[in-house]
Design a protein around this ligand. Sequence first.
Ligand code: PLP
Length: 469
Amino acid sequence: MSDPAFRNLPPVHVLIARPELQASIGVRGRDAVLRAVRIVLDRVRETIRDDQATAPTEDALTLRVLEFLSGDRPRLRPVINATGILLHTGLGRAPLAEPAAEAVDRVVRGYCNLEFDLETGSRGHRTEGVSDLVVRLTGAEAATVVNNNAAATILALRTMAFGREVLVSRGQLVEIGGSFRLPEIFEVSGARLREVGTTNKTRLSDYERAIGPDSAALLRVHPSNFRVVGFTESVPIAELAMLARSRGLVTIDDLGSGSLGPGSPPGVSGEPTVAEGLSAGADLVLFSGDKLLGGPQCGILVGRKDAICRVSSDPLMRALRVDKMTLAALEATLWLALDPAQAARHIPLWRFLTTPLATLHDRANRLASRIAAGSKLSVDVVESNAFLGGGSVPIDPIPTAAVRLGPPWTPELGSEHALARALRVGDPAVVPRIHEGCVLLDLRAITLDQDESLADAVLRLVARRPYGR
Ligand SMILES: *Cc1c(COP(=O)(O)O)cnc(C)c1O
């Protein structure tokens, strides 16, 4: 084994001292990187022995170790969201508040009183704690929680109208997030969809005329991810509820996003609130726990006691119920929501919405000068638009500041797509926005304590050549 190719291989301690791998140690830990170096070196020795290959350069070996590390990690991992989409469905919608994350941490390491009454020592109800809080927050008679708002809609339709008709305006037959399509939701629920009115105009008389012996409910769906402008007309929920009651029907209000009140969250205006739906007379109001509330993914049902009771005792509830992690996170988020000042301070979504533009500008400037100092990229700061997203509130842009990278792209820097890809597969993963041939790092959905690792992630890539494909 005196092959010179073997002698040209750097020893482990030399490779591990490379700055790129030292940076990886900071993120992944020394053991993981050491293991990757050993495995890569073993594989290289094998190809030298079997194929008489020559020894790769130190640069090439380092790249192989980095590649190995990027394949050798959990599929689900944290991401720095530089897209400017606050509720990015692909990136897990709302980040949890610190107290919510701590609450999850507290209950998952051991046992908890999920369905156990500590007072009496007998069986308890899993959603009792959160239901009480939701009732306090909304003024509803009763409340319960399921896995998401889609589940809430299916359960509401099923328990209120199985095998019977539910009337919906043609202007509200929404698709949300690609897989929530109202007609398909109806199919799985067992209730029959009866369309009334037209795409842009639906009047109370349309509902009145369509009500028949098979009708069980009127459903209002909040078109939360689009707006119809121009000549439009829809029936206010109060009028729908009044009509429903006079004909012995049930009113279901699918709010989707679910604002708990004006300024909840701050900066989001014109959204129908849960309390409005209830005081208008809806029997059931459905909303999401993670869209505007900024809690864990779940669907919250509030309304009349007997309606919630029917929902809770449906056999399907068993399949759609939430687990202890969701309950812990939701309970902590609801506690925060009881005090809007606390909510604005702790719930990341609310904080993102209230960060002054000037603050984002300052941070962007600091980031930009750090990146500019360490790279040949053309770097500046631009004003742009961020969006709430996630099928929550249609189109209102939120002013934001972003660090803009490139062009012109040198051959070694590839393209905006190559840089974006390298950022996405890096450690930590950064998902930027590509805009007019540039890579934008939008600060609206990035916390202050992520700025440093964001700058490091970019600098590491820009110093490493070549990257991307
Ligand atoms: C978002 C939304 C849903 C689906 O909620 P998920 O929590 O994503 O399942 C249903 N209805 C409306 C009106 C929505 O906006």
